[in-house]
Design a protein around this ligand. Structure first.
Ligand code: PLP
Length: 421
């Protein structure tokens, strides 16, 4: 599943001892495995080869240029949600006809840029947005491809913050609205409404919610066909879950086995938008133990990474396995129950709560596992902390793919007005 393994009691990423990367780049440090990233992409591609999907990696999961480039070189398309992500997609040489663009709040500037570049299509999330894209296309005198994002109202059984396919969520339109749009499609003279899109949530560990959502889509597509409304694309979004703790997510093969017969029935070109599945287990956040502190109620291990570097535990109460870079011998009475926390002035700044772990000491180093997706891409400068460096490992070689930020980066765009000088 990933290429982070112990060798001679030291944690390695592929052929590189992570402790050596710490010596070179310090901590906190993100470390990614190139072969794990590509391996996941290829696994999905092979599992779904009968439906020949365009796999558009979801940039938001991890948007580092080197990672995008690695996937684009391997034939991936990109799923984007902002002008900034479009900028990155173009920077890494992604052909525009492999870019799909979702998001409920695309601005006029962002829409214009994407139309001019000639992306494959927009995943449109409301009638107002559809009207807006039609108007902008008219002004640019271009016909724009769009897919309608449907909210199929299915329960994906995941954390409520990453559920996106219920009618209580802000995403997409219901079937009734989609039908209305398709019936009046000729009124949108500058749009080619050529597809349907769903993305029902993230970290989904069973194929059943997809089966249910795609089943609903198939009924809808049948109804449209009867009325002479033909489409070209079916985009089933992302959301495939991975192992963080004790989950037993579907493998790519199991997922494909359940979905391929349904996708075949649609008779449409298939698009997928996986993010977490590709990069989630391909990255770790390495951190140093600064202090050990006990209160009458708890023992705290204070590390040099914080919620600004990896916000998932604070945001979703997410579980991350935490491993020492150097294996600690498991002796009787050696284990202890601790909270592993960061240096930030928030009680939500933690990586583990009441975790039983071999006895840690100051200056030990830890790898927070499964940090490749929604790790660095959700990081911030909160508490004026410089964001970590990122390193990509390929076999026994490593590459710095983002420098650690410096204090000057923190204030680069700030100005003290003249009257305060
Ligand atoms: N597609 C869309 C429209 C999304 O909003 C997201 C994530 O939020 C994804 C794809 C990727 O999801 P995941 O990383 O769970 O595969």
């Amino acid at each position: 599943m990933h290429e982070f393994k112990y060798r001679n009691k030291q944690l390695y990423c592929e052929g590189v001892k992570i402790q050596d990367l710490v010596k070179r780049f310090s901590t906190p440090l993100y470390v990614y495995s190139y072969h794990t990233i590509l391996g996941h992409f290829i696994k999905l591609k092979i599992a779904f080869k009968k439906s020949k999907p365009l796999i558009c990696y979801s940039v938001k999961a991890n948007s580092n240029l080197a990672i995008l480039r690695a996937l684009v070189k391997e034939g991936a398309g990109l799923d984007i949600v902002s002008g900034g992500e479009l900028f990155r997609a173009i920077k890494v040489g992604c052909p525009p006809e492999r870019i799909v663009y979702a998001g409920v709040g695309k601005t006029e500037k962002e829409i214009k840029e994407a139309i001019k570049i000639g992306i494959l299509f927009f995943n449109v999330e409301s009638i107002s947005e559809l009207e807006n894209i039609n108007g902008i296309s008219k002004r640019l005198n271009k016909i724009t491809n769009v897919a309608i994002r449907i909210n199929p109202d299915v329960e994906p059984k995941t954390h409520r913050f990453i559920t996106t396919g219920r009618l209580t969520n802000k995403f997409g339109v219901d079937f009734k609205t989609a039908y209305k749009i398709l019936k009046m499609r000729k009124d949108f003279k500058f749009l080619n409404i050529s597809g349907l899109h769903i993305h029902i949530g993230s970290q989904i560990t069973s194929p059943l919610p997809y089966v249910s959502a795609i089943g609903k889509l198939l009924n809808f597509i049948r109804k449209l066909r009867k009325e002479g409304i033909e489409l070209e694309y079916l985009n089933i979004g992302g959301g495939l879950g991975i192992i963080y703790n004790k989950e037993t997510p579907q493998t790519a093969e199991e997922f494909a086995k359940r979905l391929l017969p349904l996708l075949k029935k649609s008779n449409l070109k298939i698009i997928m938008e996986p993010g977490r599945f590709i990069v989630g287990n391909a990255g770790v956040l390495v951190t140093k133990v600064l202090y050990i502190k006990s209160t009458s109620k708890k023992k705290f291990v204070i590390v040099d990474a914080g919620m600004n570097d990896l916000i998932r535990p604070a945001l979703y109460d997410a579980y991350h396995n935490i491993l020492p870079l150097k294996m600690i011998p498991q002796r009787k009475g050696n284990a202890q129950k601790v909270d592993i926390v960061g240096p930030i002035c928030e009680s939500a700044d933690f990586f583990a709560k009441n975790r039983t772990i071999p006895k840690l000491k100051e200056n030990h180093y830890l790898a927070i596992m499964g940090a490749g997706a929604y790790g660095f891409s959700m990081s911030s400068n909160y508490n004026s902390r410089c964001r970590p460096a990122e390193v990509l490992v390929k076999e026994d070689k490593f590459y710095l793919i983002r420098e650690r930020e410096a204090y000057n980066d923190l204030i680069d765009n700030e100005v003290i007005p003249e009257f305060l000088r």
